[in-house]
Design a protein around this ligand. Structure first.
Ligand SMILES: C[S@@+](CC[C@H](N)C(=O)[O-])C[C@H]1O[C@@H](n2cnc3c(N)ncnc32)[C@H](O)[C@@H]1O
Length: 385
């Protein structure tokens, strides 16, 4: 991993740097050509080949996460930490028309989204190289070096995205290990409207100061939790799930009803989006879509018709689960390809798959879960609704 310096950034932003980037970007850098291409770049550019090659490769990687990274500058870590554009846009929408300060702006993925909707925005960070990159990535916006824990602006809305990795690259979930720490951010910005992005896995009880907790998923993967305070939070809402899929999105909050019966499986099994599960809104989701729970402690739902636009499971057969009976059922049905979903049972899908010795031309999904203390299986056909 290349360690960029401020002078690398100055070079990459210069006319000579731009020309070098264009030349190197013409090289394929496939697995088989990479060594050769690095050699070509080194011959072409001499000493400055390393930051140029690294930037070209990072831009290509960034295309999976960011809308238009072809002129952006990154470090490897900063790209990993950057908020995906769709999620950044979603979060930025609450700041529309406001003066906002991104106090941990890094290379500016969130700051860019804010700059599209805020009345005015400023970014700051402690890392001088990332700041230099942010000036390139979010041109025309004020980007300054400042400690997030020592406020330097009078913006009425502040957003922070503390770092979550320690030097060994291990993820940390304890809020005091966030950099800067969550509770210090909350106390420094107690008087302004604050949004703090954090890992969705943290125990939300550690942020009693948050007025609303929003869990966001993108294309089926839970990406972040956002802790909103004061004027940025929605009155009457303490938990929200926001589900982003391509250009569409929907949201669900704990202000909606959560009346939902517990009953045996119907025609369909529904596995709610991870954001709904993580936000503790499974019952609310069931109530919205006329579904019911199979067990009140398990997040699988069932119903006569699945919600539109999801991958749901048409129930073919269900009953008491034993490995032996499942094996014989799959053999009878000629199931050679099996998706195994497990919730609430101590079953490892990979180990089970090996032991099932599947053969046949049919495809199916088996859901293994429990109702009370009883292990149950539901053999299903996955369908897009
Ligand atoms: C997860 S990154 C932010 C990523 C950014 N939201 C984006 O989408 O590109 C966290 C940033 O916080 C910065 N940081 C850590 N402690 C800080 C502090 N006390 N004051 C300001 N910035 C800090 C780090 O340098 C790092 O760039």
């Amino acid at each position: 991993m290349y360690a960029f310096t401020s002078s690398d950034v100055a070079f990459l932003r210069s006319a000579a740097g731009t020309a070098a980037l264009a030349e190197v970007d013409a090289l394929p850098f496939t697995d088989s050509s990479r060594l050769h291409d690095v050699g070509v770049a080194r011959k072409l550019l001499g000493e400055s080949f390393a930051p140029v090659v690294e930037t070209v490769l990072l831009r290509r990687r960034a295309a999976a996460k960011l809308d238009s990274p072809s002129s952006w500058l990154f470090t490897d870590d900063a790209l990993q930490q950057a908020t995906a554009s769709a999620v950044a846009r979603h979060r930025a929408a609450r700041f529309a028309g406001r003066d906002v300060h991104d106090v941990t702006c890094s290379i500016g993925a969130d700051l860019f989204a804010l700059s599209q909707v805020a009345a005015r925005c400023v970014g700051s960070d402690l890392d001088p190289v990332r700041l230099a990159m942010a000036r390139n990535n979010v041109p025309g916006r004020l980007v300054v070096r400042a400690d997030a824990l020592r406020p330097v602006s009078r913006a009425g809305a502040v957003t922070a995205d503390p770092a979550r990795r320690d030097s060994a690259g291990r993820r940390k979930w304890n809020p005091s290990d966030f950099v800067p720490p969550l509770d210090e951010l909350a106390s420094v910005y107690a008087g302004v409207d604050l949004a703090v992005k954090c890992a969705p896995g943290i125990d939300f009880a550690v942020a009693p100061w948050a007025d609303e907790i929003e869990v966001v998923s993108l294309d089926g993967a839970v990406r972040e939790a956002c802790l909103w305070t004061r004027g940025l939070a929605t009155p009457g809402v303490s938990r929200r799930a926001s589900v982003l899929h391509g250009s569409s999105s929907w949201t669900l909050t704990d202000a909606e009803p959560d009346d939902c019966p517990v009953a045996p499986p119907g025609a369909w099994l529904v596995d709610p989006d991870g954001a709904v599960v993580r936000a503790g809104l499974v019952r609310h989701y069931a109530a919205r879509h006329g579904l019911w729970q199979l067990d009140e402690r398990i997040a699988y739902l069932s119903g006569d018709a699945p919600p539109p636009g999801i991958r749901a499971f048409r129930v073919l057969e269900h009953g008491h689960y034993t490995e032996k009976s499942l094996k014989s059922l799959l053999r009878t049905r000629g199931v050679g390809r099996l998706e195994i979903l497990v919730r609430g049972l101590d079953v490892d899908p990979n180990t089970l798959r090996k032991r099932l010795k599947l053969s046949g031309s049919s495809e199916a999904t088996v859901v293994l879960t429990r109702v009370g203390s009883r292990p149950v299986f539901l053999l299903c056909q996955a369908e897009r609704t």
